[in-house]
Ligand binder design. Structure first.
Ligand code: HEC
Ligand code: HEC
Length: 355
């Protein structure tokens, strides 16, 4: 009798003690639990014509989340990433100019001019290497280049981080995207790259034509498409759906100048890469003038005349470059086709910047 009572009392005591321990432990654990990143996937809408599978283009260590894309968008439009707070990414990759710039060379901090034309950031989702010469291996690796480029944003990574650190409004955004408010250059790069992957051009008149709407483009554009695929030899380097092979070719652009930009050669040091540049996408091409890596051609017709001449002769001219002998009508048709590659208007507006 007495023994049973003692046993029950002991059991009760053990229960109370373990319960107490449990409460203490969970209390302690709760204190240790760090806020976690909001990993809600970004609902990426792939416009008609670009193809469905995109997962393979997104690096495993930077999944596309809504929190990340929203933060990246603010950073993309924020001039405070630059040395004097005057130049944002959007200054040279203008949303209302096909995410490219409207001058041959863009002006950065203090009006300094660069020496290459600003390419579009449209559809860089479908890309590997970045820059005209491919010197950055990913969008993440690219994003911090302009910040440190002395004629672009003219800053340093520590200076950029400390400038952003002073903006209280960014803390909750970083916390949501990464699980802590800490600002690092690596995080800035990841967020900007995520935003860029959502800047897509598709559902153009040409895409609707390809999908079966035979009246979506003019008869002239249809003839232009045929020239593009056959006589013009264009699709060899500008294959569908993004109209680029993401490879490097020497068309001779600028090779008749005294000290030509050697392009891809600067990265690989391979003789055959001298004067080779990455093939740009042709999507939204009617909006992204002027053209070519040195912005030397103002109109699409002028670019076609350049191709018709077979480019500019030089020892490393790509073997696919030959005089085309296009008629005036074929050239006009090609221009109509290229204009049909303008995507549906993007709904990207400038965000309110954190204070
Ligand atoms: C002052 C103008 C300027 C600013 C500011 C600028 N860029 Fe650029 N951007 C360029 C130029 C010029 C190039 C091409 C340079 C080269 O190839 O050497 C380029 C290249 C790129 C590319 C490569 C595209 C491709 O097809 O390879 C991406 C992506 C890009 N910029 C994104 C950004 C982002 C993100 C920012 C802001 C952090 C930014 N740029 C700020 C002018 C600018
Ligand atoms: C040998 C590969 C190759 C062929 C063939 C080719 N392109 Fe290109 N295209 C390129 C490269 C590379 C560039 C950038 C060259 C540079 O700036 O040095 C370019 C640039 C362009 C541009 C300017 C894009 C911009 O954003 O500045 C247009 C437009 C264009 N090509 C259209 C065409 C058309 C139309 C044809 C057929 C008549 C064609 N291309 C044939 C590789 C090629």
């Amino acid at each position: 009798m007495c023994q049973t009572k003692l046993r029950s009392a002991l059991v009760l005591l053990a229960l109370v003690v373990s319960l107490g321990l449990l409460v203490m432990l969970t209390g302690a654990c709760q204190k240790e639990i760090k806020p976690v990143a909001d990993l809600t996937p970004y609902p990426l809408q792939i416009p008609l014509g670009l193809g469905k599978g995109y997962a393979k283009w997104i690096p495993a260590d930077n999944p596309l989340t809504t929190a990340m894309v929203e933060l990246g968008k603010k950073l993309y439009f924020d001039p405070r990433l630059s040395a004097d707070g005057s130049v944002s990414c959007a200054r040279c990759h203008k949303p209302d100019h096909g995410f490219a710039d409207d001058t041959p060379f863009s002006d950065g901090v203090k009006g300094q001019l660069g020496d290459r034309n600003s390419p579009t950031v449209l559809n860089r989702l479908y890309s590997k290497a970045q820059f005209w010469d491919g010197r950055a291996a990913s969008l993440e690796a690219q994003a911090l280049g302009p910040v440190q480029n002395p004629v672009e944003m003219a800053s340093t990574l520590p200076a950029m981080v400390s400038a952003l650190d002073k903006i209280a409004g960014y803390k909750p955004d970083f916390e949501k995207a990464f699980g802590s408010a800490e600002i690092t250059a690596d995080r800035v790069a990841k967020a900007i790259a995520s935003f860029e992957r959502t800047v897509l051009s598709g559902n153009s008149a040409f895409d609707r034509f390809q999908a079966g709407d035979t009246s979506a483009i003019s008869e002239s554009a249809k003839r232009g498409f045929a020239v593009f695929m056959a006589k013009g030899n264009c699709a060899q380097c500008h294959p569908l759906p993004n109209f680029t092979d993401e490879e490097y070719h020497n068309l001779g652009v600028g090779m008749n100048k005294p000290n030509p930009d050697l392009g891809r050669y600067k990265v690989t040091k391979n003789e055959e890469d001298k004067g080779a540049f990455k093939t740009p996408t042709l999507r939204d091409i009617a909006n992204t003038y002027p053209y070519l890596h040195d912005g030397s051609e103002k109109t699409l017709l002028a670019v076609l005349e350049f191709y018709d001449r077979g480019g500019i002769r030089n020892p490393h001219l790509d073997e696919k470059m030959k005089p085309l002998k296009l008629t005036k009508k074929e050239q006009a048709d090609l221009v109509e086709f290229l204009k049909a590659l303008t995507g549906e208007p993007l709904k990207i507006t400038e965000p309110a910047l954190p204070k």
